[in-house]
Design a protein around this ligand. Sequence first.
Ligand SMILES: [Mg+2]
Ligand SMILES: [Zn+2]
Length: 195
Amino acid sequence: MERAVFLDRDGTIIKDVGYLDDGSNIRVLPRVIEAIKLLNQNGFKVIVVTNQSGIARGYFTEEDVREINYKLKELLACEGAILDGIYYCPHHVNGIVEEYRTTCYCRKPNPGMLEAAAGEFNLDLKSSFVIGDNLADIEAGHNARCTAILLRDKYSWHGKNGTKIKPDYIARDLYGAVKQVVLGNLASKDDKGRE
Ligand SMILES: [Mg+2]
Ligand SMILES: [Zn+2]
């Protein structure tokens, strides 16, 4: 079985601009290319999992999102950073586009996208990681039994201790998180099970 690192898209690999509806506004965040290359070199599958409720809300279409994702993939590939897969959830329970207005199993914090990828790529989720800038990413990771890393200033995180959701680790940016993953400094759920 393979190990994966699941990456959130907006705010984790590209600048979060709200509802991104135009591929020309993709801004890859600092050190992201280096981070993805490091994962590629260390044998991790790199899989993007992104909530795109803008589809259900009628801000853009599923085709727009596919196009933006394709453009992102090409942009990174040009620099030698390979994304193995991109999964998106188009749904929202309060959407205005009827076919997408639903509660679903794929919208993070639900684990549906991670589980779908696990089936497709033969992944061992317990030795895989999730990295994201939002608590929904962390919760989705835990719901799929992955180890979850929150990208956040440690200081600002300590101000939010009211939440029950606890990331396994906190890192300043994607590269910082990835470096710890590939160095083996972070025990995965699998390692913890053996302790
Ligand atoms: Mg995000
Ligand atoms: Zn969904």
